[in-house]
Design a protein around this ligand. Structure first.
Ligand SMILES: C[S@@+](CC[C@H](N)C(=O)[O-])C[C@H]1O[C@@H](n2cnc3c(N)ncnc32)[C@H](O)[C@@H]1O
Length: 234
């Protein structure tokens, strides 16, 4: 693994002026945060409204839905998970919404696209969780993944197999070769992880979990399957 080349952007990074700020027309951020915290926010739009319009449009396909963050937060609380890294954190929706309902857990999102890192940091600040939710710009394989009790994977490499219309943008390499490289990298990282490490997988990551990982929770009543694995000694 090469030396990390990281640009750390904390949630409190200085906010830029949002061209489409006027598009926010739902409940206030404080009210939405309260609803998410209590598990009572039933509209994706109420969270998504705080994203720029073009990124909001990608939500149903690329960002974790709220029912998934609710279930994740419940499992984090039940199992006392104290830290989580979202591998491919996008606009930060998973980290921010889950953090609101799992108040004893810290989150780091790792994301290759600098613009998404900036927007994620802004979302964390909007919802007041920037002390526990931070984002790092970097690409898997070029950075040392932060250590955590749990890692989250929402099919991060699937975009490599999509046509242009279903991709986030054309700013990064997207190809079948990269897909295979990234899936293999993740399997290596999971093989190296300490016993007791959890992996939360939503809609898979494109490969099989390495030996030693056993399912400890599952929810198949979500838009895609959500599974929590724990690594045990073989
Ligand atoms: C399906 S989105 C999930 C976003 C976020 N985890 C969520 O659930 O809301 C996958 C994200 O992974 C990022 N990604 C994909 N491959 C990556 C890599 N090799 N290194 C860093 N980020 C990556 C993409 O840029 C994209 O933002």
């Amino acid at each position: 693994m090469t030396t990390p080349r990281l640009q750390l952007l904390v949630g409190g990074a200085r906010a830029e002026t949002r061209a489409d700020a006027a598009a926010v027309d739902g409940p206030s951020a404080a009210r939405v945060a309260q609803l998410v915290r209590r598990g009572n926010c039933w509209s994706e739009r109420w969270v998504d409204q705080f994203l720029p319009t073009d990124l909001r449009r990608l939500s149903s396909q690329h960002w974790t839905p709220l029912p998934v963050t609710r279930r994740a937060a419940q499992w984090i609380r039940e199992l006392g998970i104290g830290s989580m890294v979202d591998i491919g954190s996008g606009v930060g929706k998973f980290c921010v919404a889950t953090a609101l309902a799992a108040e004893d857990c810290t989150f780091v999102g790792v994301e290759q696209r600098p613009r998404l890192v900036r927007e994620a940091a802004r979302l964390a600040e909007t919802f007041g969780v920037q002390d526990r939710v931070t984002f790092v710009q970097g690409t898997l394989g070029e950075l040392e993944l932060p250590l955590a009790s749990a890692y989250y994977l929402f099919n991060p490499f699937g975009e490599n197999l999509h046509g242009r219309a279903d991709q986030i943008d054309a700013a990064v390499e997207l190809s079948k070769a990269r897909y295979e490289r990234d899936v293999s990298l993740i399997r290596t990282l999971l093989r190296q992880a300490a016993y007791g490490t959890y992996v939360l997988e939503y809609n898979g990551f494109g490969g099989e979990m390495p030996p030693g990982y056993r399912p400890v929770r599952a929810d198949r009543n979500l838009p895609s399957p959500l599974r929590l694995w724990r690594k045990y000694k073989l």
